[in-house]
Design a protein around this ligand. Sequence first.
Ligand code: GDP
Length: 324
Amino acid sequence: MKTLLTGSEGLVGSTIDAQVRVCGRKPPLPGYKEYGRRWVDLRIPKDTLSLFHETKPTHVIHCAARVGGLAANINHMGEFFYDNMMINLNVLEAARRAKVKKVVSFMSTCIFPDDVEYPITEDKLHLGEPHPSNYGYSYAKRMVEVQSRAYNEQYGISVSGSDVTFNTNYITVAPTNIYGPKDNFELENSHVLPALIHKCYLAKKHNTPFVVWGSGKPLREFIYSEDVGELTQILLEEYGESSPVILSTSEEHSIRDIVIAIADAVDFQGHIIYDDTKPDGQYRKPTCNDKLMSIVPGYKFTPLEEGIQKTVDWFIENYENCRK
Ligand code: GDP
């Protein structure tokens, strides 16, 4: 088994073992080389094909994507659509041509229909429009499920070539809100957990109040990045159906719970202010993890407090050089 990982420097990719690690950014110095690491623009078909033909993987974990927060999605709607469509089309087609047997591709539960009956389950992916703020990203990501399913339908049987027998088994996963080390900790544009870790850290440092957006009442589901990496590696070996798998703990936490856990982890003793001039967003968007748990019965997720403590420790240790 030789695994190629795309998006190897990201939140999930950085927790996964693979022989070939592909990241989209340019090497930091001309001629810079690090074992197993490659810099490839996966939007370019011929570069993607060359990568697969040179490295000859048998398995692929595909995490690479153009991602961003609410503002980035709204301001770059067309780019988010184009870049993600190209990346996914190229990666799956290159995998097929290079006779890769198994691919796990990442989607997200934020691409599910906006107006959907809760809890969110895998079979509801295409049952309505995504949220208008991220439809470019969402439709492009939904197509990775369509492409994987179509390939399995056409190529998922044993095809005897002159000297090879090959069949695709391309699957997709949809995690909820992932958090952990190496996240984007920007104050305004990142997701709630890394944004609040950074805000709490600054509030402690400058002895100012810790200001949280909204009422603190909305509920969200969080999953630790190392759990996502571990589950992905299990699914790569043990799950073989075309239909997606939601990666979630199915445990909802209020933003207030998150704030308390972050304040504890940072050891912040000052004032906490809920700024109700800022939006709450959707009240809740619960998911069902029955399918995941039927594949990995008894899986122990990292408890939220432990995951937050590890993330805070990493953030403080890497403050100078992290994405913020
Ligand atoms: P969502 O899950 O797609 O809505 O995206 P977020 O990860 O941005 O979570 C948003 C929820 O966290 C909303 O209820 C916000 O009001 C709340 N929140 C509180 N403080 C912050 C913050 O500093 N940044 C962000 N992004 N959300 C915050």
